[in-house]
Design a binder for this molecule. Structure first.
Ligand SMILES: *Cc1c(COP(=O)(O)O)cnc(C)c1O
Length: 353
């Protein structure tokens, strides 16, 4: 039986995408497997070009000077690539969780980093607001969705300096004016595809301004100049991401999936709020539509509850060790029916207890 997969990442992908990519592993192009053909073959170049243009199209960034590239090394590698490519003197970072914290640590190896605001003192259960961003920074960096803590930025600053955003866990999940951002990066394995590739969408005119030499593999201009084929790309991850983007476009794009995501998160949070056996972790105004973090009000019910959700075919509900409790990750591919199944288990526990 197919599980209700609430895993935080790697995470659920659409069934039809899994079927198509599994087929392509066996026979992609004229009796050859996707993972045994040359990445320089026409068949694969078409995949890469399609994936790149779908990303730009879905984000509404066509004709606005952006380039999409599919890189390796995860979002963690982007923490340093961003600094190498953009940080000349001083950058500002908003610290909203573990991933922001790591991004700050990497950037600090190169130059000065100003932590503009932080919610660390409250174990990152909210998004800081009302902070001032100095105007003399090379860029401002933020994390749109804090996968571990279940908080999500609802507003983004309008700035005269480049705005850089780690969107690993909510890219393609909600409509935003993406042209506000100068650089967006996202590891594929949360909301776009399998692990192994990271999407970078960058406004070309912010590049080439630092004086340092950038190692080729870290240099966005090198990857753009080679159409995202500077070295052998992760062909399976790029192909499967392309299929997911096609699936999303077929559904009606970001606006359509956003409606579904709202339905799922509304149902999830109303159960957390109305059921006296559960309480939410994140500040209400900052709750993520992608990752809902919550715990039991009475820890003695843990074994009963854990047994019940596992019995109901639910997978991946344990919270991250730095928060504890539970985390329901409701990425694009998770059907509403899976949230209904979880909510049913939660109300069943209330009836029993
Ligand atoms: C998972 C995650 C990362 C780390 O991604 P890797 O691809 O494993 O390096 C970074 N940022 C956010 C917001 C994430 O959710």
């Amino acid at each position: 039986m197919k599980k209700h997969n609430f895993s935080a990442g790697p995470s659920i992908l659409p069934e039809e995408v899994l079927e198509k990519s599994a087929k392509a592993v066996l026979n992609f192009d004229d009796g050859l497997s996707l993972i045994e053909i040359s990445h320089r073959s026409k068949a694969f170049i078409d995949v890469m070009e399609n994936a790149r243009s779908l990303a730009i199209e879905l984000l509404g960034l066509e004709g606005k000077g952006y380039k999409a590239i599919f890189l390796q090394g995860g979002a963690n590698t982007q923490f340093l690539a961003v600094a190498l490519n953009l940080l000349e003197k001083r950058a500002g970072y908003l610290n909203t969780g573990t991933w922001s914290d790591k991004a700050i640590k990497e950037a600090r190896m190169y130059q000065e980093v100003v932590e503009v605001a932080s919610s660390k003192e409250a174990n990152f259960n909210y998004i800081p607001k009302g902070y001032k961003i100095p105007s003399d920074l090379d860029y401002f960096h933020c994390t749109s969705n804090n996968t571990i803590f279940g908080t999500q930025m609802k507003e983004f600053p309008s700035l005269d300096i480049p705005l850089v955003c780690d969107m690993s866990s909510d890219i393609f999940s909600r409509s935003l004016d993406f042209s506000k951002f100068d650089l967006i990066y996202a590891g594929a394995q949360k909301n776009m595809g399998p692990a192994g590739t990271t999407l970078v969408v960058v406004k070309e005119d912010i590049l080439g301004k630092v004086t340092r030499q950038i190692p080729s593999m870290m240099d966005y201009k090198v990857h753009i100049g080679k159409d995202s084929m500077f070295n052998t790309p992760p062909v399976f991850a790029v192909y499967t991401s392309m299929l997911t983007l096609e699936w999303l476009k077929g559904l009606g794009g970001i606006e359509a999936i956003e409606k579904e995501n709202f339905k799922k998160s509304r149902l999830m949070y109303s159960e957390i709020d109305l059921n006296p056996l559960f309480k939410g972790f994140a500040a209400t105004a900052d709750r993520s539509t992608m990752n809902a973090t919550f715990s039991l009000t009475d820890d003695k019910l843990k074994d009963t509850f854990d047994g019940m959700w596992k019995e109901a075919g639910i997978n991946g509900l344990n919270g991250h060790r730095s928060v504890g409790g539970y985390r329901a990750s409701m990425y694009n591919a998770l059907p509403l029916g899976s949230v209904e199944a979880l909510v049913e288990v939660m109300s069943e526990l209330e009836r029993k207890a």
